[in-house]
Design a protein around this ligand. Sequence first.
Ligand code: BGC
Length: 739
Amino acid sequence: MRTIDVWRGVLASTLIALGSASAADQPLAERPWMDSGRSADQRAATLLQSMSQDEKLALLFGYFSSDAPWKNYKKPQEGLVQSAGFIGGNARLGIPALTETDAGIGVASQPGEQARPRTALPSNLATAATWDAELAYSGGRMIGDEARLSGFNVLLAGGIDLARDPRNGRNFEYGGEDPWLAASMVAAQVRGIQSNHILSTLKHYAFNDQETNRTTLDARIDERSARMSDLLAFEFAIEQSSPGAIMCAYNRVNGVYSCESGWLLNQVLKTDWGYGGFVMSDWGGVHSTIPAANAGLDQESGYPFDVSPYFADALREAVDDGHVAQSRFDDMTARILRSMFANGLFDDPVSAGDIDFAGHALVTRADAEGSLVLLKNARRILPLGRDIKSIAVIGSHADAGVLSGGGSSQVYATGDLTFTNPHNERRRMIYFPSSPLKALAARSGAHLAYDEGTDIKAAVKLAARSDVVLVFAHQWSAEGWDVTLNLDDDQDALIAAVARANSKVIVILETGGPVLMPWIDQVAAIVEAWFPGTSGGEAIARVLTGEVNPSGRLPLTFPRSSAQLPRPMLDGYPEQAHARTVVDYTIEGAAVGYKWFDRQHLTPLFPFGYGLSYSRFVPSDLSATVQGNRVSVRFMLKNAGPLPGKTVAQVYVSPVQPAASGWEAPKRLGGFRKLDLMAGQSADVTLSIDARLLAAYDSSAGNWSIAEGDYNVLLSRDAATPVAVTTVHLVREILPLHP
Ligand code: BGC
């Protein structure tokens, strides 16, 4: 095998090591781009003038920063060990190197002996389940802080592909099924990350909504539906967080690879939305030089994953020959520099330092606590009473820790445990050492006994002699493949058997997304705990014992069966290598998740937005006002229960004449607010609804328009349970493409 060393010449001549003399040390007259009083665009344009072609090219070409033995590839010496990417800096001009790590839930490491232990938040989907943008921001801020102190200045975070299908194996990395919820939560996290003077991506642009055949599949969707669903989530999130980069996806969209789609990159992203940052490819997502560069791709990432180093010599040649215009080549470079200036990479270079792990454990615990969704609580069995004498804890290594999702976002924690997936020993499940059993033992006077749940008879015996039974059930998911809706292995049988032996069974689910629950009527309570992060065990124990009132709400619909989904079988599933699968998103169009269920008159197992509390919240005084089609909603919400707690006020909008509205479905989430209320306390809440959530995209005119008519504004417990309604009248209006 040939060693891959294509670009080492340029790399060696331009590198500066992390922490070496920064550009800030030079007089301004020599480096005018270091004048922080000027805009990022001006600084980038000035610096560009001082750069040679080779220096520009070096910035457009990314290395993998881990060894890739299958390609006989060694990471660049200066890159950070076991990390995702590296782009050499420039000592002559003081351009810092770009040090890239995955960072969806924390500072990740590529697999290997030298993984860096870091704090992991709950999965992104769990953070979305908090419906609490402040928690998402603090989580992002924490990740960014650990990243800075680890020497990283580019974070591959911000997963926001919509959960079009509950079986997408990467849903746990994303923000759920609704564009407004996903954007609000993911953007808050990205803002938190970037508050550390580093830059974050949003990814994977676009329609990487299943893992089966992700590198070859062709997602088919009409423009109108595209702009009103997944693209709208990106559009909102870009506006709310100004991410430094957008990562284009592996898959094709309407026949064209995302990383060479002129429509996605040049048209929608850069022209219609006016995005000024840069587009980097996903690792292995580039398939050409000239089409990709001309379509709007600015930087090739992790080149050993691509078949060829497309943005190395081949790009230089394309520019020399005029196939890629010099102006486009300069634009690619300037966009990267501009994002580096805008996010403080030049002015405040990263350097390694000590991390406050104790403080961060509380940040991730708060996120997990806010994310747990109480799905069922018959006879108010939760919180666990103080009179309980014996508790059986069964299954899912609950004695040792909590499960995490796998793939490039994998964070490693000190003392974590690896268990091999029984169906495929290459699939390694990492459990963070935050034991629910130990956390419960520290809070309960009851006798606790653990059974691993692999022998159903033994588990039943323990259940029969215990007052209460906690069954921990899991479904592991990871990047690279999709899942079914069933719990792994014999867990359904385990739960059913245990529920026959004891009427007080509480099921705690650690899953990437929705699962079916054939035993739902037999158990007393169900808690969805997702992948809860490095303080997850404690968060679970605090919710079960009532130290914390549960307040998570589902960020995606839990179906009753796969027959209810737009595709009862995932297109291309199970995966055949190199299959050129077509994934037909024209079936549901923009009616993703609850919108599909509404449109088809289907009753799910649990609707979008669903979640119970130990308290009771009562709304009143709903009103809505319209000023120039800007809808503002006001209402009161009272905690009428006995305990302090948080709740989520959800406002949906629904046209009275659906057919005339041009909407994809009968209703949309228009806004939400997480509220923290003492027992007896009331809040006076005002929300405004983004005009695009009242409009439809008209692809022939190329704009958004609001149809004249009456619209119901619903204050709801969840997507299926309105509790108050008022009506507004809107007049016809064309909205500007770039507000
Ligand atoms: C994933 C990206 C990730 C990249 C670098 C790819 O396989 O799809 O999300 O950022 O690897 O690790």
